[in-house]
Design a protein around this ligand. Sequence first.
Ligand code: PHE
Length: 375
Amino acid sequence: MLNPIVMMNDIAIIKDELSSQIKGANDLKALDDVRVSALGKKGRITAVMKTLGQMDPGERKTKGQELNFLKDEIAALIKKQEIALKKQELNARLINEKMDMTLDARPRDKGYVHPISQTIEELTAIFADMGFAVAEGTDIEDDFYNFTALNFPPGHPAREMQDTFFLPDDLEEQGEHIKKLLRTQTSSVQIHHMQNNEPPHKIICFGRTYRSDYDMTHTPMFHQMEGLMVDKTTHMGHLKGCLQDFVQAFFELDDLRVQFRPSFFPFVEPGAEMDIACSRAGGGLKIGANKDGSVDSWMEILGCGMVHPNVLKNCGLDPDEYQGFAFGMGIERMAMLKYGIPDLRTFFESDIRWLSHYGFDPLDRPNNATGVKRV
Ligand code: PHE
């Protein structure tokens, strides 16, 4: 047990020692340590306070006052030192953290629009100008919408050309066996649209499509665009005019020539493939005719045709009353041709160097207001 009398005589010493410790604390952490050692639960002043209980009442009163006075004095000294230290710290920061307002801004990382998104924007702008609306579909389709309704009945050999990924569990729905698959073509969107809307129809749609292929020009997933127009008087001339206008706008060549070659797709009759004029002179590839107007080569870019009467019937339309045309194309292919991208697989490698080379400035995206022309 401490001797109270000795402790009391020590008040002056305690005061001197604590005062010099406070003055010597040159950061806030050191100052707080001094505060704890003086005023904390186990601090020096607190320990002396505890001895008051052993004194007789008269002495306790005077010594108590003295001790409280010491306590206040020390607390005030600590506060004063704290203010001084904080000021010092602020001054040091103000000197160290000087800002040079004349410095140039650091270059920031810039994002790019993927050529697929860019091409979809451009295609949308062109067809929106011609009055087409955008319809949407799902990547997972029923066998019926992807094949049967499009006039590929079960067992039809054309199904072989579009082998795809079937979902592991065939689902039983309404007692019927419904096979689910990853769609092989966006043509399935035509069927949903015609079943759920009243004619006339004038739509385009974009989306991912899947086939079990992989080489320089085929990937298991790629994007397609589909177009459909159905009305009472729609004919082959509309199809040709629409697609000719489209490629001229897309490739920004007002005199770009096209040719149609008969081709087979189960859901159109007649069916055709459309080629654009190009030149392969000198081993390169240039879209458009030669300087003298001659065309030395043609390149296939899309499939099209008049909607097959069976497809119209499958969608509840009378083929004697309605007729229409449809077309479909690969979006990667359009982007590769327009922007000179040589390998299809690179679209899906997610290489940031590729994206910064072939990507587009987000603020320069064409839209329905600006069209495809860049300024
Ligand atoms: N869906 C066809 C394909 O993937 C393209 C196409 C669409 C052809 C519409 C004609 C009409 O090959």
